[in-house]
Design a protein around this ligand. Structure first.
Ligand SMILES: [Zn+2]
Ligand SMILES: [Zn+2]
Length: 259
């Protein structure tokens, strides 16, 4: 499976790229399947550098904060009004309960129906796995001020574990265990933010990956524009025994063997 980081800027879009959006692609039965994990601020623009968004097979949302979901409004416009391309059906959108209503509010309408005319919005539940083509997607409830899921995506024996936004919690172990790649929220810096139950730091991300066991690669992400990524990397490196990677937008990573 191929992972393309569309956006990895924490909390807001940054000078070098959009907020959270990770494109996963894999080939099966003679065609490419394409899903995105989150579609945050600015991500629809960056996504178009890599694929035609109207060819997406699903959007999977970790939670309903703007930096993870708001560019669905642009995708809705594109899905509904593109003058040339006409998608064949409604786009499956997986997310927490209330996703359609949240998007309707973002569009300034009261009812979810206009959203659901274009998107087949499906509420996910913790540990209720679903499939999109070759991808098995397992949602796991994590630790954030709103309902938020991490996702464990497996394809052809390779696994990407995406934390979404979370602070440390026991659920990170089943989310991360034995993953080929962990994409871990590292928005906070130890000693700088005192709030708990919001974000991991580089240190806490590494601690969670070590505790989970069997993680092959640790990649820090969701680092905001006001934070030096080297600080997060150094925190994680005190705990993580291997190379600490930091996500970069527009980079493509191969996970597992070529599909
Ligand atoms: Zn966020
Ligand atoms: Zn959030």
């Amino acid at each position: 499976m191929e992972l393309t980081v569309i956006g990895c800027s924490g909390s807001v879009a940054g000078p070098d790229g959009p907020a959270s959006c990770y494109l996963l692609r894999a080939e099966q039965d003679g065609r490419w399947w394409q899903i995105v994990l989150d579609l945050g601020s600015g991500a629809l623009g960056g996504l178009q550098r890599h694929i035609d968004p109207l060819t997406l097979d699903a959007v999977v949302l970790s939670h309903l904060h703007p930096d993870h979901c708001l560019d669905l409004t642009g995708l809705h416009v594109m899905w509904t009004h593109h003058p040339v391309m006409h998608p064949l059906g409604r786009l499956p959108v997986y997310g927490p309960t209330g996703t359609a209503e949240r998007l309707a509010r973002a569009h300034g309408v009261d009812a979810a129906k206009p959203v659901e005319d274009a998107f087949d919005v499906r509420a996910v539940s913790c540990r209720q796995e679903f499939r999109v083509g070759p991808f098995s997607v397992l949602p796991i409830l994590v630790n954030h001020p709103v309902t938020a899921f991490g996702y464990r995506v497996t394809c052809a024996g390779a696994t990407v574990a995406y934390t979404g936004d979370t602070d440390a919690c026991p659920e990170l172990s089943p989310l991360m265990a034995d993953a080929d790649l962990v994409l871990a929220d590292s928005a906070f810096v130890e000693g700088r933010e005192s709030a708990s139950g919001v974000h991991l730091s580089g240190r806490r991300a590494a601690q969670a990956a070590v505790a989970a066991g069997g993680v092959q690669r640790l990649m820090l992400t969701h680092i905001p524009p006001w934070t030096n990524p080297d600080v997060c990397r150094a925190e994680a490196a005190e705990v993580w025994p291997g190379e600490v990677e930091v996500a970069e937008s527009n980079r493509v990573y191969l996970i597992g063997s070529p599909s």
